[in-house]
Design a protein around this ligand. Structure first.
Ligand SMILES: *Cc1c(COP(=O)(O)O)cnc(C)c1O
Length: 417
């Protein structure tokens, strides 16, 4: 695979060059299981480094505040058209700088301070931007939190009961650590009954939805926000899709309501990513992400791990590691020592703390981009078990690290020689 040139950086700034080279080596030699990460194509890396980074283009295609917009208009219109086609959206805004700003801009588009929002509890899979008390957004709106059932599934009856009781202005679905399918039709029915708007945050699963591997909320919901850098495999960034009746409010909310100039180099990279998503290769990729997750589910269950939500329908698994004599923090550390990157994560109603929770979250998108398939997933599952059980044994962790490195050499990372 071609690598992206760093010759100018090397000649000009050795300190930064060394950091980039170090990161390339880390990405190449280690096994990336963080469910929200992925590897972009060399074309996307090039677009991010393009001269579009020089340009101010406040406003939208055809309606800008500065001159010289022929090509920024072209590239932004292209990104919008492609995204509309992929998801079947009435309207798309590709300017949000990332997932969190996309969510904030979406709230600003439809809510007044003090309005009530019904969203999922963070420990049950929700995101910080869905009203966690540590965020400023939680000071602005009245967030009410629903939870999953004891079996770990979304409790639609509870959502219905809470919606009737609290009469929210907005009902929010879409999660960071939830591994099951979502019934958008059912949520929409509840929302219609109480007169609430609907918003889905598909940051994690957008790529699976784009490829037809999971239910698509875009034709059903009022607002759909996403990142572009997780399963969608584009540059770091955000996007808002909405029904026609909210188009003006969303655009005004993103700019000038919340952000300044858009990052057109990122938007060019988003356009390229959407072009990739429309190919058959990407469809196969999305299918393989799910197959790989399913194999890890089976394998880890057979190894005695407790899987939250009873398993997975998407690209991720939330695993309670305490039955293996480790905390989430210890498991994350041991796996890091063994060359496997995961993140510690709260499990539903976790009795432990966020900095040392009971679980870890793993995902298959990055490994799948490298071309790893079912056989590798079985091997990785065994390593996870061995590393967690061997957390106090440096020899075991060192041995796994060498085996991981050996396997990774067979699966190149796009853009890294
Ligand atoms: C990742 C994520 C976000 C935030 O995206 P950033 O790009 O990190 O700001 C928002 N919502 C959900 C559900 C996410 O998983």
């Amino acid at each position: 695979m071609p690598s992206v040139s760093k010759a100018q950086i090397q000649a000009q700034d050795d300190a930064v060059y060394q950091a980039i080279i170090g990161e390339e080596k880390r990405q190449k030699e280690g096994l990336e299981l963080i469910a929200s990460e992925n590897y972009v194509s060399p074309a996307i890396l090039e677009a991010l480094g393009s001269v579009f980074t020089n340009k101010y283009s406040e406003g939208y295609p055809g309606k800008r505040y500065y001159g010289g917009q022929t090509f920024t208009d072209q590239v932004e219109a292209l990104a919008i058209e492609r995204a509309k086609k992929i998801f079947g959206a009435d309207h798309v805004n590709v300017q949000p700088l990332s997932g969190a700003p996309a969510n904030v801009a979406a709230y600003f588009a439809v809510l007044e301070p003090g309005d009530t929002v019904l969203g999922m509890d963070l420990s049950h899979g929700g995101h910080l931007t869905h009203g966690h008390p540590v965020t400023y957004i939680a000071k602005l709106y009245n967030f009410i939190r629903y939870k999953t059932t004891a079996e770990g599934l979304i409790d639609y009856e509870e959502i219905e009961r809470m919606a009737r009781e609290h009469k929210p202005k907005l009902i929010l679905v879409g999660y960071s650590a939830y591994s099951r399918e979502i019934d958008y039709e059912r949520i929409k029915k509840i929302a219609d009954e109480v007169g609430a708007l609907t918003m889905a945050d598909i940051a994690h699963i957008a790529g699976l939805i784009a490829a037809g591997e999971m239910n698509n909320p875009v034709p059903i919901f009022d607002l759909v926000t996403t990142t572009t850098h997780k399963t969608l495999r584009g540059p770091r960034g955000g996007m808002i899709m909405c029904k026609a009746h909210l188009a003006k409010a969303v655009d005004k909310s993103v700019f000038p309501g919340f952000q300044g100039g858009p990052h057109e180099n990122n938007i060019a990279a988003k356009a390229i990513a959407f072009g990739e998503v429309m190919t058959d290769d990407y469809k196969k990729y999305a299918q393989q992400i799910r197959k790989n997750a399913k194999v890890m589910e089976e394998e880890l269950r057979n190894l005695g791990f407790k899987l939250m939500f009873g398993g997975t329908d998407n690209h991720l698994l939330l695993i309670d590691v305490t039955s293996k004599g480790a905390t989430g923090k210890e498991a994350e550390w041991a796996l890091d020592e063994a060359g496997i990157t995961v993140n510690k994560n709260m499990i539903p109603d976790d009795p432990r703390s966020p900095m040392d929770p009971s679980g870890i979250r793993i995902g298959t998108p990055a490994m799948t981009t490298r071309g790893m398939k079912e056989d590798e997933m079985r091997q990785v599952s065994k390593w996870i078990n061995e590393a967690i059980l061997g957390k106090d044994d440096p020899t075991t962790l060192e041995r796994i690290k060498n085996e991981v490195k050996e396997m990774c050499e067979r699966f190149p990372v796009p853009g890294i020689e």
